[in-house]
Design a protein around this ligand. Structure first.
Ligand SMILES: Cc1ncc(COP(=O)(O)O)c(C=O)c1O
Length: 439
């Protein structure tokens, strides 16, 4: 696309989670992608240090996935999702559930992470109601949590700017404290040592409201969007234990942590903690076709199947189990398996960790944290201008040919799992230069 044409015609599109006026004054447009690189509208190659938006885990435009989508689009473009089915939905669900631990075995398809979260919250409420515990209506999230942008997701989410304009949201929601603790954990490699006791704050909330009123607790096992918060050693185990003891469902939002990001298929495997419901999206189709899923435990699913004959769950989307998404998902799971990408992520992790922590000597860097193939680099905010430094580093990296993600003053790095060791060095060299350049 001609740059001038682009700048002349940017007005109609209201961009999501974007400073529209700032962007349109100096647009960054991408027009092509292959493997580890984007092509920008001005013809530059940009190394993808962010897997798009934490989602292109197998790299861009992988032939097997592209061909599966093309083939399916020509054979059957759409089939109705309600009271009708198509074979790929059953195959995709079986493949996905086989990747998860036994007992997490029923897949409800949606189209995004946000829909996965709202669906999981509804499943939790309906589950208790169907078992005769309809007083369990409270939902517990966590400060700094990101669970998408539906009303359910922003209610249990804990990021102030995502909530403040939107009224009272869902009632009956409470939040646990976040686990970020610079004083004790700055520059931890892997899981920080301090903070397991923060899980006990859930006991306080349970005591306040009474367990008989609480339906579910939802957390990201590793909090991504808020700026990469790795769970302290022992924390998730303790949350699991408290939820089990009080009959509360535990929901893991693995929209970012799933599909190899942590060097294991899911965070569940990495931490050895199994929730009752898992939210997935992003890497489920390598981001080629929008798709999300909630995977439910046998116990939860059985409660629905014990209902009187008829529709068991009054919920679903026109595009639930869209046939193009199912074709893309099967080809994506094949790609992950046949290329051993989750194992590759585990193998690369030590070098990735080393490269990330090599930035520790730089001015303004107040914390570096990492796990698997994700790292967060936290910069001290510039006095009076929070977020400016992070944004300027992001822009400087982009101009130098590397895409990273900035969330406030935290840079997040989460490349496709096909990245080479040389490209890991390239990402962090660009970050080093950018951080040095920005005042
Ligand atoms: C943990 C988590 N949950 C939910 C979402 C929302 O996903 P989507 O943007 O596909 O609605 C995201 C997106 O980044 C996420 O990171």
């Amino acid at each position: 696309m001609d740059a001038q044409v682009a700048t002349n015609s940017l007005d109609a599109f209201w961009m999501p989670f974007t400073a529209n006026r700032q962007f349109k004054a100096a647009p960054r447009l991408l027009v092509g992608a292959k493997d580890m690189h984007y092509t920008s509208h001005d013809g530059r190659q940009v190394l993808d240090g962010a897997a798009g938006l934490w989602c292109v885990n197998a790299g861009h435009c992988r032939p097997r996935i592209v061909e599966a989508i093309q083939r399916q689009a020509a054979q059957m473009d759409f089939s109705p999702a309600f009271q009708m089915g198509h074979p790929l939905a059953f195959e995709a669900a079986q493949r996905l559930s086989a990747m998860l631990p036994d007992g997490l075995d029923h897949v409800f398809y949606v189209n995004s992470g946000s829909e996965a979260v709202d669906t999981a919250l509804k499943i939790a409420l309906a589950y208790h109601r169907m078992r005769g515990e309809g007083a369990r209506t409270r939902l517990i999230g966590r400060e700094r949590g990101y669970h998408g942008v539906g009303f359910g997701g922003i209610s249990v989410g804990g990021i102030g700017p995502n909530r403040r304009h939107f009224g009272t949201m869902l009632g009956g929601v409470d939040h646990m404290p976040h686990t970020h603790d610079l004083a004790r954990n700055a520059h931890s490699r892997g899981q920080p040592l301090h903070g397991a006791e923060l899980a006990d704050q859930l006991e306080r909330i349970v005591a306040l409201h009474d367990p008989s009123t609480i339906a579910a607790v939802i957390v990201e096992p590793l909090a991504g969007s808020t700026g990469v918060l790795v769970p302290p050693v022992g924390y998730l185990e303790r949350l699991r234990e408290i939820c089990t003891r009080h009959g509360i469902l535990l929901i893991f939002d693995e929209v970012i942590s799933g599909f190899g990001r942590l060097g294991s298929p899911f965070a569940i495997d990495r931490f050895g903690v199994v929730p009752d419901l898992v939210c997935l999206a992003k890497g489920i189709t390598n981001a080629t076709v929008p798709m999300g899923a909630v995977v439910a435990s046998t116990t939860v699913h059985e409660a629905f199947m014990a209902a009187p004959a008829g529709i068991e769950f009054y919920h679903g989307y026109t595009y639930s189990s869209h046939v193009l998404a199912c074709a893309a998902s099967i080809a994506t799971l094949d790609t992950y398996r046949d290329e051993g990408l989750f194992e590759r992520a585990a193998e690369l992790s030590p070098d990735f960790e080393e490269a990330a922590h090599s930035l520790q000597d730089l001015d303004h860097v107040i914390d570096i944290r990492n796990l698997g193939m994700v790292a967060g680099i936290e910069l001290a905010p510039r006095p009076g201008a929070p977020g400016a430094r992070g944004y300027e580093v992001f822009v400087a990296c982009y101009e130098a040919g590397v895409l990273v993600r900035a969330t406030g003053d935290i840079l997040a790095i989460s490349p496709p799992l096909i990245i080479s060791r040389a490209q890991i060095d390239e990402v962090f060299a660009a970050l080093r230069a950018a951080i040095l350049k920005v005042p």
